[in-house]
Design a protein around this ligand. Structure first.
Ligand code: C5P
Length: 222
């Protein structure tokens, strides 16, 4: 798009799930499709943004104007993000990053000899919190999937991670969420909120991109 309000703004995004290796053939994953992330990337591009995406393995294809940097694990995603984030005015964390990874990944396929085996997990770094804690952080946008008290938990995350904005959705009951084609969001920033009602993900992404542009503009002006 030409003349969009995000013309020339460099946006770095994370998209999709991560895979945390257990051995060469097995991993811990999650149900993130990457749909919302790629739809948001396209909507931001339409507003003139220069979007770079660091993406875990998704089942869907990115938009035609996007050549994602492909990663698997949270640690790989973190490394690619930290390498690029200082050049960006905005960071949007749309990925479903695994909170934990296996402490060690076996170098050979684990055999089914034992009746039971244990898997010790260690915390992954919080990529979004790390970016937001930089000396000169970009405008940061996070997502939050909550099962209950969506707005309370999302506002707590906004403040704990010191984000510019957070987009929260209810998961685990009714419509919306990870594998759905539709979703609704409650968007929060320090001084305000806006509800984006249940709609198809491309339309929701367009509405969210418009709000991100608005809040980014307000921050620059303020
Ligand atoms: O705290 P919670 O995992 O709910 O926060 C979700 C937000 O934080 C999402 O924007 C997600 O992309 C980001 N995140 C991250 N790195 C992690 C965990 C979450 O960037 N390790």
């Amino acid at each position: 798009g030409s003349g969009g309000g995000l013309q020339g703004v460099q946006v770095l995004m994370t998209v999709g799930p991560t895979r945390e290796a257990i051995d060469p053939v097995r991993f811990i994953g999650n149900r993130s499709s990457g749909k919302m992330g790629y739809a948001l990337a396209a909507a931001l591009q339409q507003r003139g943004a220069q979007v770079t995406a660091v993406a875990g393995p998704t089942s869907i294809a990115p938009g035609p104007g996007l050549a994602p940097i492909a990663v698997e694990s949270a640690l790989e995603m973190e490394a690619e993000v930290m390498e690029r984030v200082t050049d960006c005015q905005m960071f949007i964390a749309a990925a479903a990053v695994a909170d934990y990874r296996p402490e060690t990944s076996a170098s050979a396929k684990i055999k089914k000899d034992a009746d039971s085996i244990g898997l010790r997990l260690v915390r992954n770094p919080d990529i979004l919190a790390r970016v937001a804690a930089l000396d000169k952080p970009p405008f940061t946008v996070g997502f939050a999937a909550e099962t209950d008290q969506v707005e309370v938990h999302a506002r707590a995350k906004l403040e704990a991670k010191r984000l510019s904005m957070i987009a929260a959705n209810q998961v685990g009951s009714g419509e919306g969420g990870f594998e759905s084609d539709r979703n609704a969001l409650i968007c929060l920033w320090r001084e305000g909120r806006r509800e984006l009602p249940m709609m198809p993900k491309p339309a929701l992404a367009a509405a969210l991109a418009a709000l991100i542009e608005e809040r980014y503009g307000a921050q620059i002006a303020g």
